[in-house]
Write a protein that binds this ligand. Sequence first.
Ligand SMILES: C[S@@+](CC[C@H](N)C(=O)[O-])C[C@H]1O[C@@H](n2cnc3c(N)ncnc32)[C@H](O)[C@@H]1O
Length: 295
Amino acid sequence: MTGLVAGVTIDAARRTLAARFSAAGLDSPDLDGRLLVGHALQLDLTGLVTQGSRLLSPAEAQHLETLASRRLAGEPVARILGAREFWGLPLQLSADTLVPRPDTETVVELALEHLSAAGDLKRRLRIADLGTGSGAILLALLSELPQAHGIGTDISIAALRTARDNARALGLGARAGFVACSYASALAAPFDLIVSNPPYIPSSEIGDLAIDVRDHDPLRALDGGRDGLDAYRALIPQAANLLQPGGAVIVEVGLGQSGDVVTLMTEAGLVTESWAIRADLAGIPRAVGALKKLR
Ligand SMILES: C[S@@+](CC[C@H](N)C(=O)[O-])C[C@H]1O[C@@H](n2cnc3c(N)ncnc32)[C@H](O)[C@@H]1O
């Protein structure tokens, strides 16, 4: 394997990393190389372009080599950077938070569409995000809903700390609270909107996940029990109790789970409608919603 040597230019270092990542079969070798070089040298895209002919110092070359080795060993770029963008918001991560996924933005989209159709975008809404992790879904919603307040829950205190820090860093801290509990068990009614991306991988499938997920995302963010539906069985009845009449619960689901989740919502007395299933970019039903009946 070709290492990076001091005295190569930034451009050459990017090309070398991209070639090594490509040879290792990584999905986005150019992007990964650019992000790691930018991170190691503290340069944004403009800096990388304008300083492309600058030579790496020995310390920079060594640092970059360490980051490249971690990537080649299967560690996701977001874990190496300790940060990931979600809904255009920069979020810090920790070992206790899932790396937020682009698919999860379907939950945010469906929630905003529902609120928009109901004429509620400017209302003083109360939102709960169950299993908030880095705070991704809650903070995306609060960034779009200027009058809304929200609570994120998680069983991981460390994840809640990261979520709280993200809320503060984004200027949303005054409208976001964080509570350690199992899903909504410590929350009191009423809520206008409850969202969740809970753990939903069947326990028996965890071992077959790609290495960047299995070895780097926290197990309690992934493991949904025997059939993957344990979290929905717990949180959907809780949500049904806590919602205002006309309020909505919107959850992310795994592959092939939307039918079972709709059934759980119906059994909890919620109303599911055709608007309330949203596919991700791959066409897989990814977000499922239901309403509490109006009295
Ligand atoms: C799939 S991750 C989602 C994180 C974040 N909402 C996102 O979309 O990026 C699931 C989260 O649920 C949390 N969790 C697992 N079991 C829980 C429980 N019983 N009550 C509350 N949160 C739980 C995990 O710690 C993890 O942060």
